[in-house]
Design a protein around this ligand. Structure first.
Ligand SMILES: *Cc1c(COP(=O)(O)O)cnc(C)c1O
Length: 369
């Protein structure tokens, strides 16, 4: 058993048990297990918290990416720009619509999509771009919006890792035309099972996505579209409403730990720290450092009882899922990130003293290499 856990999903339940148990009982007593008041309430709470007009609860984060693309009519023959450096769901969402995935390499400082390269990747077939706020770090969006306006592109934020992140005082979820969120348990706002949501100001898109997630109907048994089934459980929605009230405090703790790491780890030989894009405020879903001897550093930290993880070990274009189509591509920055990245423990389950102790052990591990 490591001294610090990398992530502790149970922490949120233990710290809010009375409120969670009351939320559970309220849903059980309501008799609504699909839809109902608990879901309506969370959707209203989350839309307001993001500063958007609509929140539509969906089955998971992947569906929250797929359904708005479908609603926009994006499919075979269309191109969608995505970051090369992202969790595979971003790519899979585009592939599921039949559109062509157009990967763009990462900015070496922020590890997010390189905005200079985005501009060069736009063709007459480009229909959308999916900026991913990876590791909780918002992609600066003014340039993307200008590009989207010039070329008529749909901007769908992949905000699965970035609940509450800001760019120039606007919250993630309001930086493009729509945003996909995941409530997978390990995310900054996580349910106790799968969950996701689409957030948007666009009334027509909101209506279309809600229908696509509910068998293409607005009125039961009247099916206007060939939709599917992708709904957020009211029980999960009730838990999420409880957690949402505490999210800002949890984010604050993540920021404190990140600044402990920034301070204690800067200037250490060969260790590269994450850099924050000007004007943005990350929510530190992950704190990802890079080191040329990543495996040795990870082993040395494990020996010191500091668990770490890799986000992500294999670039999407070289993964089994995509290598036959994309394996020939060269994405040097993404490849470098995947071979050198190491995620340090991060989350509200850690105290600031824990963060200081972890940083000290990273220093110790580096000296032992
Ligand atoms: C988690 C995640 C998703 C998918 O969310 P699920 O709820 O697991 O389907 C999509 N994109 C990114 C960047 C993620 O981290």
């Amino acid at each position: 058993m490591a001294l610090f856990s990398f992530l502790d999903v149970g922490f949120t339940y233990r710290s809010l048990q009375a409120e969670m148990d009351a939320a559970y009982r309220a849903v059980m007593d309501s008799g609504y297990f699909i839809g109902g008041k608990a879901l309506d309430q969370f959707e209203a709470d989350y839309a307001e918290w993001c500063g958007a007009r609509h929140c539509i609860g969906l089955g998971n984060g992947l569906e929250a990416l797929v359904l708005p693309l479908r609603a926009k009519g994006i499919g075979p023959g269309d191109e969608v720009i995505v970051p090369a450096n992202t969790f595979i769901a971003t790519w899979l969402a585009v592939a599921q619509t039949g559109a062509t995935v157009v990967p763009v390499d990462a900015d070496p400082a922020t590890m997010n999509i390189d905005l200079d390269l985005v501009e060069k990747a736009v063709t007459p077939r480009t229909k959308a771009i999916i900026p991913v706020h990876l590791y909780g770090a918002p992609v600066p969006s003014a340039r993307l919006r200008a590009l989207a306006e010039a070329h008529g592109l749909f901007i769908l934020e992949d905000a699965a890792q970035a609940h509450g992140g800001m760019d120039e005082n606007r919250k993630v979820g309001t930086l493009g035309h729509a945003a996909a969120f995941s409530f997978y348990p390990g995310k900054n706002l996580g349910a106790f099972g799968d969950g996701g949501a689409l957030v948007t100001d666009d009334d027509d898109l909101a209506k279309a996505v809600r229908m696509l997630g509910n068998y293409g109907s607005q009125v039961k048994y009247y099916h206007e579209l060939q939709g599917g089934n992708s709904r957020l459980d009211p029980l999960q929605a009730a838990f999420l409403s409880v957690k949402l009230k505490h999210l800002d405090a949890w984010t604050e703790r993540r920021r404190e730990i990140a600044s402990v790491y920034d301070r204690a780890l800067s200037g250490l030989a060969d260790l590269r720290l994450p850099e924050v894009a000007a004007g943005t405020q990350p929510v530190w879903h992950l704190y990802v450092v890079r080191h040329p001897k990543r495996e040795a550093l990870q082993a040395a930290l494990a020996a010191l009882e500091v668990p770490t993880a890799l986000h992500y070990p294999v670039p999407n274009h070289q993964s089994g899922a995509f290598k036959s189509e994309y394996g020939h591509l060269s994405m040097p920055v993404t490849e470098e990130i995947c071979s050198t990245c190491l995620s340090l423990p991060m989350g509200p389950h850690l105290s600031i003293a824990d963060g200081e102790e972890i940083a000290a052990r990273v220093g110790q591990a580096l000296r032992s290499l």
